[in-house]
Design a protein around this ligand. Structure first.
Ligand code: SF4
Ligand code: SF4
Length: 288
């Protein structure tokens, strides 16, 4: 893969090779399962107006790629158009989804492992992508691993972070938001998201949708609401997800359960991400 003639394909291969071949892609269980299947990769330009718009939609504290860059590398001048936001979707393996589909209150062990050990895979992937880009002469940063990444609480927006990987993935053409707040992608919603901002010019991925809720059956066809029924905490209604109720279920309800039953320090739920029509693909109206 030639980085100079097709940098997008080069970056995509970096990410795919790690997930498809690295022993770091693991649920760290007896069965020796991988955490994730083959990833999806998308790109957004650093000057995409959506990133400014996120200050209205996520919160005024949400950082643009340029702000992340200038605060991380204060001496470096860069035009936002020189930056690319590299995003990936890591779908949980079929066994993880099948196990969680059967659950009605607590997470399956594989799901809880996917939340904790899977996020560790995601962290290593971010580091791997940043290191590979830097080795090739492209300065890069992983927003989620940056000290600039913080959670904010505001009356208007509730809990929200200074960089939303799901919103970055939306900008990178990878999916739209569902009633339960998850990102519905071509490989579904049972997945984890990652992103890196780099000084490299890559053609942005077209967004094959007109608005941010296009793939959700409830918002587009008035049907489904299966995620409402799946939520053991009553956190999802026609008004969307109550983040506080969800959080109260995750900790301490599921964290106590995971420690007592699976023997590791973790938590997780994902019932609204499994056993629903948007679990593993973009749903169609007949699914509703
Ligand atoms: S389960 Fe149905 S209503 Fe909920 S996010 Fe998926 S498509 Fe939308
Ligand atoms: S993660 Fe669990 S508690 Fe939170 S909204 Fe989804 S189903 Fe409800």
């Amino acid at each position: 893969m030639d980085r100079s003639t097709d940098p997008g394909a080069w970056v995509e291969k970096l990410i795919s090779d790690f997930i498809d071949h690295s022993p770091d892609n693991t649920l760290a269980n007896q069965a020796g399962d991988k955490a994730f299947g083959h990833p999806l990769v998308g790109f957004a330009r650093g000057d995409d107006p959506l990133f400014e718009a996120y200050k209205d939609h996520v919160g005024p504290f949400h950082l643009t790629p340029r702000e992340l860059w200038s605060q991380t590398f204060p001496g470096e001048k860069v035009e936002p158009s020189d930056l690319t936001v590299i995003c990936w979707i890591l779908p949980h393996i079929p066994a993880t989804k099948a196990d969680n589909r059967r659950q009605t209150f607590f997470p399956a062990e594989r799901w809880a492992r996917g939340r904790i050990y899977g996020e560790e895979v995601n962290r290593k992937l971010r580091q791997h992508v940043v290191a590979a880009l830097q080795a090739a002469g492209h300065q890069a940063l992983a927003p989620q691993l940056s000290p600039l990444w913080r959670m904010h609480m505001s009356p208007e927006f509730g809990f929200a972070s200074s960089w939303s990987e799901r919103h970055a993935a939306y900008a990178a053409g990878l999916g739209t938001f569902g009633l339960c707040d998850g990102l519905i992608t071509p490989v579904g919603k049972a997945m984890r998201v990652g992103s890196v901002v780099a000084r490299i010019r890559i053609e942005p991925t077209p967004r094959p949708y007109d608005h941010h809720r296009q793939y959700c059956l409830f918002f587009n066809h008035g049907v489904c609401q299966r995620c409402v029924d799946r939520c053991p905490a009553g956190a999802i209604t026609e008004a969307g997800k109550d983040k506080q109720k969800c959080l109260a279920h995750l900790k301490p309800v599921t964290s106590d359960y995971v420690q007592a039953n699976y023997g590791f320090d973790g938590y997780g739920c994902g019932l609204c991400q499994t056993g629903v029509p948007c679990e593993s693909r973009i749903p169609v109206p007949d699914d509703g």
